[in-house]
Write a protein that binds this ligand. Sequence first.
Ligand code: GLU
Length: 562
Amino acid sequence: MDFKRLAELLFPHITETPDQIEAKYPRRTLPEGAKVTRFAPSPTGFVHFGGLFPSTVGERLAHQSGGVFYLRIEDTDAKREVEGAAEGLIKTLAKYGIHFDEGAILDESGNVSDKGAYGPYKQSMRGPVYQVYAKQLVREGKAYPCFTTEEELDELQQVNKKEEIKNTDWKAEAEARRAEMLARRSFTIEEVEEHLEAGHPFVLRILANGDPEKKTKFTDLVKGALEIPENDEDFVLLKSDGIPTYHFAHAVDDHLMGTTHVIRGEEWLPSLAKHIQLFSYLGFRLPKYMHIAQIMKLDESGNKKKLSKRDMGANMDDYTRMGYCPEAVCEYIMTLLNSNYEEWHMQNADKPYTDFPFNIKKMSTSGCLFDFGKLNDVSKNVISRMSSAEVTEKVTSWALEFDAEFGQALAADPSFAESIFAIGRGGKKPRKDLATWADAKDYMGFFYDNFFKIEESYPDNFDRADIVATLTKFSEGYDENDDMNVWFDKIKAIAESLGYSSDMKAYKAEPEKYKGSVADISMFIRLAVTGKTNAPDLYTVMHIIGKEKTLARISNMINSLK
Ligand code: GLU
């Protein structure tokens, strides 16, 4: 077969050569050891937690090594593309500390455009580049056209799938596949000319020369040493509209854009044989690969399953709605990604996660388990380290978007809100009440009359008369100028007067001697003032709420008990 002629017939419009293209994508000049990584999402909708995972790895590895991290939009499947998805994706990633040095970016008017010398970074704009290499492969007898309409292909695939299920005779099936492939490969130049003249579309297939019995040794930086069978499948490189498949685009783009480390989900591992062959056919140096384990979750029956698109926690927008702060999510991701992150963090509590020396060797080779409980723990720690001003600002802006009434209450008097968030903050053992901004209302809503309600009731084992007496005596003796000791002495005195122990030790030693303890007396007051049995430091609460409101709430409680 005259492959040169075949190449001209198929791609008459392509006049550039690979060398000319290579000249436009010079090798990057970067310091020794600098990594070039990319995030290459298909803009099919929202950002999945599972996408933040590899992008965090790419971002860390590039920036930790003085390299380049770029964004490539893989929009070759127009059927799956969602309008505006790329814009949303860039914004969401930025929120989670994923900033790109080059690639698709948002320009001043909010449209996706390019930054950097290795573009275009949107695959749909790179059509001619792929075709230059496609033409080259045809010239070298490594790729060939296949004149089958897409409908025919679809049909074939359906048939194959159905047969796959029925057919358990693998050998016969493999032979049938091989025969089919050989039939596709045998054609004449004249036939090609006829098809082209008749306007028939074609897909371009690779002419695979691998022997699946032979295995190539391969080291994946996450999965370790692997043996990959050679590829013998004539997979499609260009679809009938001239758009490349993922496989082909991956090879051409990652080569030209100088990617040193391809970081992607482990679902691509079975395609690796194809990629190895393709890089070799194209004469490209194979990048290093890191196939990241999938994120798992426990289902209702406690079995591990993949965190699917529809699961809570999959869509990054859910985290915004639920009121998680991005810093907490980022830190949580680090705990999932590197097994030694938590230990490092304990020793470096004041440092941002970006100071952590991220280590590929500490990555899990099997699935990481996603768990809201753990995320909440991490998040409570992160928030407990923030200043009251920062928490006030963040809760307020979250609430203004997702809980307007609460947001407006906070915004009406920021310093009042800040004095509340200051309770128990700043010391060695700060309070850890908030995992999300949404938790704030439940935690401190009672400071505001609009959100104050009696949420619990007094336990039945206490005499209502004791409660009323406690509240009455407390009100009568309340003086806002008392310091904390005097204030508490008064409560202790009430306890004694009603037959409750004022000394916890004595009470614990002989509980039967008392009706209860000073802790119960405090609880009587706490419930009246905060509506809860568990609330932040009561002395401080009363000072923030003010005498008038404190006494009014106590008086309301007395009335309701009578
Ligand atoms: N577009 C591919 C995906 O979304 C990218 C995989 C890769 O990073 O190479 O799965």
